[in-house]
Write a protein that binds this ligand. Structure first.
Ligand SMILES: Cc1cc2nc3c(=O)[nH]c(=O)nc-3n(C[C@H](O)[C@H](O)[C@H](O)COP(=O)(O)O)c2cc1C
Length: 324
């Protein structure tokens, strides 16, 4: 079975993807990238498209609701892929599942589940402007009384999409509640393109249940956030235990390497300082590596205060002393 890291806004950036590749992921999705942002030249948005050395194959995910924006954004991704020449970007994916208000309000994300014909047009606009294979990520429908996934599958197939990732929940469920594996099995049965299954795969049991639907690959989101090596575990491989402080240090090293990469690649853009780059991620992500440990709440409070790399090193040194 092939395993993918799900697109995770605010998390699945290049440094974290690199950790997930080391942790057994076969492909990693970028966080969702605004087609309008790219089309209008936003540099922070462009930075989200960058990959870094040590990564494997990456699927770039776009969100948007406007055919022209998606056409321009797809051309930009295509140009970037050609320019980098590293062959890491292997797929261009359309987000038709994000339920966040700020996305849905613009007609994008989960709002698209209600309009399969629009999805077909958006996918065609993308396909006409890139050589990368186009794929779709979506949900079963707006709510359990309105299953639209089969029309979405038709839309994807008729637009020439090369795959579909299905979060087997309805928009009304957000990220909780039952994962509808019965509907997913039916999608697999009807599909002529590879189906990737997604939704609360966290361990061998949930992976086996998802695999039993016949999906070609399994996509994992939240379970990877605190455990980027979850993919190796799901593959039944032996995993060297990695203590949280070492994992955080590796993540920080990759953050700094990626910041250097951005600074070289975009010398005219504003790139946050190394201190800001690292401490923001400490506040938003790296603290998760320590959850469940004794004193985790107090540690989280300390990590929330860090403003510099020296502060972070200080906390990690203190932890090591505590652990030894
Ligand atoms: C913090 C967070 C950010 C997410 N960002 C995206 C995104 O950018 N694009 C997308 O298609 N889905 C996004 N999702 C949904 C996930 O890709 C995935 O479909 C969902 O978390 C279910 O998988 P899981 O149960 O393995 O976490 C996000 C979910 C979370 C929790």
């Amino acid at each position: 079975m092939r395993f993918a890291l799900a697109p995770l806004a605010g998390f699945s950036d290049a440094p974290f993807r690199r950790l997930c590749f080391e942790g057994g992921a076969d492909i990693c999705y970028t966080e969702m990238v605004s087609a309008a942002g790219l089309a209008h030249g936003s540099s922070p948005t462009r930075h989200l498209l960058e990959t870094m050395a040590g990564e494997g194959p990456v699927a770039v995910q776009l969100f948007g609701a406007d055919e022209r924006d998606l056409a321009v954004a797809s051309r930009i991704v295509d140009g970037l892929v050609a320019r980098s020449g590293d062959g890491r970007a292997v797929e261009l994916n359309l987000n038709a599942g994000c339920p966040m208000t700020k996305v849905v309000r613009t007609g994008a994300g989960a709002r698209l589940v209600e309009d399969p014909d629009k999805v077909r047009r958006l996918l065609v606009a993308m396909a006409e402007n890139t050589d990368l294979p186009i794929t779709l990520k979506t949900r079963l429908g707006p709510h359990p009384r309105e299953t639209r996934i089969f029309e979405m599958l038709d839309a994807a197939e008729s637009a020439g999409a090369k795959g579909i990732a299905v979060h087997a929940r309805y928009t009304s469920q957000m990220h909780g509640g039952q994962v509808h594996l019965d509907v997913l099995s039916e999608v697999v049965g009807r599909s002529h393109i590879p189906v990737t299954g997604n939704g609360s795969v966290v361990d061998a049991k949930s992976a086996a249940e998802m695999a039993a639907t016949g999906v070609a690959a399994i996509m994992v989101g939240r379970a990877a956030l605190a455990h980027p090596d979850v993919f190796l575990r799901l593959k039944g491989r032996r995993v060297e235990e990695c203590d949280a402080a070492s994992r955080a240090e590796r993540h920080i090293a990759y953050l700094l390497a990626f910041r250097e990469h951005l600074a070289e690649r975009y010398p005219d853009d504003h790139i946050p300082s190394a201190d800001a780059f690292v401490s923001v991620k400490m506040h938003t992500h790296l603290f998760r590596y320590f959850s469940g440990m004794p004193g985790a709440a107090a540690l989280r409070a300390r990590l929330n205060m860090v403003r510099t790399i020296a502060d972070v090193e200080d906390v990690l040194r203190g932890m090591r002393r505590f652990l030894l």
